[in-house]
Design a protein around this ligand. Sequence first.
Ligand code: BGC
Length: 420
Amino acid sequence: MKEQNKKKIFPDDFQWGVATSAFQLEGSPYADWATWDPCLSKNPLITDHYNLFREDLKLLKELGVNAYRFSLEWSRIQPRDYIWDEEAIAHYQEVINILRSYHIEPMVTLHHFTHPRWFMERHPWHRTASIEKFLRYTEMMVSTLKGVKYWITFNEPYVILLGGYLEGCTPPGLRDVSRSLVALKNIFTCHGKAYDIIHQYVPDAQVSVAHNMSVFAPWKKWNPFDRVLKKTANYFYNHSIIHAFKTGIFIVKFPFSRPVEIDVPIKDKLDFFGVNYYTRIHLRFNPFKKMGVELRHMDIDGHGLTNLGWEIHPRGLEKVLRYASRLNLPLIITENGIASHDTEEKVKYMKKHVDVVEKCLRDGLDVKGYYYWTLIDNYEWLQGLDARFGLYRVDFATLERTPTYAATYYAYLIQSRSNM
Ligand code: BGC
């Protein structure tokens, strides 16, 4: 009886997928990141997915997924301003065709952290010309590529800004609050306009961003400063984007100062909301740290920490999905996964998070899909090649792919939880 109830929870059209990004699998000689992280000089093609993609896509069939999220490497498509590489475009069209022939729904990300080098050198996000450049690329892709209904304009817009404009650890490497706000406005403007362009060419398109959401907690519950930080972080990271999509206004709110409102043309420019969820973060007020904040991961509930030291906190997925449901739109978990060498850990992580998705569906949340991050081991931003998020292990010396038990388990999960 229990088993029967379970089967009804995940609808037939629930998207069981995996997510990847182009650069993390295939690198690109034309991308800003190619020279940004010295670790890539030894393995510029990373897993060589750009050449081995046909074999890799067969793994999706093996898993039995019905959806696949991947990104286009903009720098391969437009290696120079005004030069479009027809072969690269044909390459991504072939990926789509293969997916369609496998009855796997493609979800295409236009921007997943990397840029053509010329773009980052001359038109980074805080310059107005960035808008026209990105939209030209968007229109070229949407008008050329056939067979794509699901589009993600930007992967994790806030992470682009935090890394590139506040921490300065990712391109363009700035630490400049006022430029970060200009960049934010430009990125949001691109999203709003890209939304219209995509719908112009693909009337039944489903468009979103993939937004990274985290659970925040005070380092010490009794400390009022830590509690204020938690509230501020939660407002900024999880809530402000939801507010901006609902109202077209982005509100910058720092403790003890007047909020600043920025108009952003994204009101209602969403068909679903893509949520990337990984972890919970504890925050401590520390006047000696950058912006007075210290972040820490603690193994509070005994689920453990990942290879990257992140707390495993499955309940948090429910929390962020509930926040996101304030948009009154379908939700898709566009990324969720664990960096671990231990395949048992991977299986536990996946099961616990899918259990939470099941609970959310039982409670009536409109969750339409779950995409595991990621298919095969890849390059992890600023962390090298050993994070091990993959369902398939990659030997980076021989490029051999080997299934882990997590791949077998995901195939089983999909079978057992869906109505097929
Ligand atoms: C990003 C991925 C990244 C993953 C693990 C997500 O925030 O979209 O590119 O590899 O997190 O860090």
